[in-house]
Ligand binder design. Structure first.
Ligand SMILES: [Zn+2]
Length: 231
């Protein structure tokens, strides 16, 4: 049922919520904005949940998260918790290396990454970085409708009457990014081509599938090939 009070009635996280326009623009899968937003929640075994957000500064948002929470003692080497990230861009290879190091020092932390877009997805180092994260036990997914709706509900200071987030974007870029992520994890060549003729204009997406893609997807459909998205 529609609320008359927007997000303000829901919880005490109002001061930590981001503005609707920031969410809609920075998480748009078709808009290749430079800023990176990280919305996150940390769930401890005590059922306590902490939600907040940060952005890229002189460091990338992922590094800012790790530095902040380890330096403030919120996450210690023996801390057992589940961290869920909603990132407007997937981690670059340098962040992947920092995340991997963080996880090796915090073995009781489970990390789930939901990304709106794949960052420079044709760069071999970025592709390897994502594979390394998966091999380290990280779950990586492309944000779909349910993730967008969840973020809107939990992280956005939406106005009364704007409780329903969807539909705001067309689903095809999400599906193409999801397909490309499978290619990365399976160590296949890129199949997704993105072009945008002018900055701040929506990008265009094209799929170029080779025989190796068809073969891998056919085996996946038959259940004869496993994609190691850890859960
Ligand atoms: Zn990075």
């Amino acid at each position: 049922m529609a609320s008359e009070q927007g997000s303000s009635q829901m919880d005490a996280t109002l001061g930590r919520r981001i503005e609707p326009r920031d969410f809609v623009e920075t998480f748009n899968p078709r808009a290749l904005r430079k800023e990176t937003y990280l919305l996150y929640e940390i769930r401890w075994t005590s059922s306590k949940i902490w939600r907040n957000s940060n952005r890229n500064t002189t460091h990338h948002a992922e590094v800012n998260f790790i530095e902040k929470h380890t330096s403030e003692g919120r996450i210690r080497p023996r801390t057992s918790c589940c961290i869920t990230w909603f990132l407007s861009w997937s981690p670059c290879w340098e962040c992947a290396r920092v995340i991997k190091e963080f996880l090796s020092q915090h073995p009781k932390v489970k990390l789930v990454i939901n990304a709106a877009r794949l960052f420079h997805h044709t760069d071999p180092q970025n592709r390897q970085g994502l594979r390394d994260l998966v091999a380290s036990g990280v779950t990586i997914k492309i944000m779909g409708m349910s993730e967008y709706c969840y973020c809107w509900e939990q992280f956005v200071n939406y106005l009364p009457g704007e409780e329903a987030f969807w539909p705001r974007y067309t689903p095809d870029p999400m599906m193409m990014f999801a397909l490309e992520l499978q290619c990365i994890i399976l160590n296949l060549p890129p199949c997704l081509k993105i072009s945008n003729s002018h900055q701040n204009q929506p990008a265009f997406f094209n799929l170029t599938l080779q025989n190796c893609h068809y073969e891998a997807f056919y085996l996946l459909a038959l259940g004869l090939l496993t994609v190691f998205c850890r859960n």
